[in-house]
Design a protein around this ligand. Structure first.
Ligand code: NI
Length: 173
């Protein structure tokens, strides 16, 4: 496994639509391992393939729940319910956050590592993460839909996650 370079806002790779995965290749399996390692190293709770320069419909999420990491291949949102407005950040926009309205609950269908179809339900931060990462796969950033200006997040806010808990504040996706 290896850390990959996280692309930052302004990099054109973050504005492109990703292609679906047909058969998961060995290279793509290595990519997924690297994405998990890169996400954990950066203290993020989600990472999408274009953020490491790969235009494929793959993302990883770990909000610290009992499910462990979600590995989503060709994910799509199949239903949405309710609404939440809250702080959202992104590993491609370090040190900043904004307020974004997302559904409170979403249901997602995605392929797993065996290319079997799975369905996941997410609420709160997990629903936010599903939406944020799937937006990345379509070339969209949260900064396009943030309400009001982005604001600085203090480094000490992010260090709260050192104990492995995720409280939904200042978690970069
Ligand atoms: Ni992001």
């Amino acid at each position: 496994m290896a850390l990959r370079e996280i692309r930052l806002e302004g990099d054109p790779v973050l504005t492109k639509e990703c292609k679906a995965v047909k058969d998961l290749t060995e290279r793509q399996k290595v990519l997924i391992e690297d994405m998990l390692e890169t996400m954990y190293d950066a203290d993020g709770v989600g990472l999408a393939a274009p953020q490491v320069g790969v235009l494929r419909r793959i993302c990883v999420i770990d909000v610290g729940d009992e499910h462990g990491p979600y590995i989503l291949i060709n994910p799509k949102i199949i239903s949405k319910e309710g609404e939440q407005t809250g702080q959202e950040g992104c590993l491609s926009v370090p040190g900043k956050a904004g307020n974004v309205t997302r559904p409170m609950k979403v249901k997602v269908e995605a392929k797993d590592l065996d290319m079997n179809t799975q369905t996941y339900e997410g609420e709160g931060l997990l629903a936010r993460a599903f939406c944020h990462e799937i937006d990345h796969l379509d070339g969209h950033m949260y900064t396009e839909i943030a309400e009001g200006p982005l604001y600085e997040v203090r480094p000490e806010d992010e260090e709260d996650e050192e104990d492995g808990s995720n409280n939904g504040n200042g978690d970069d996706l």
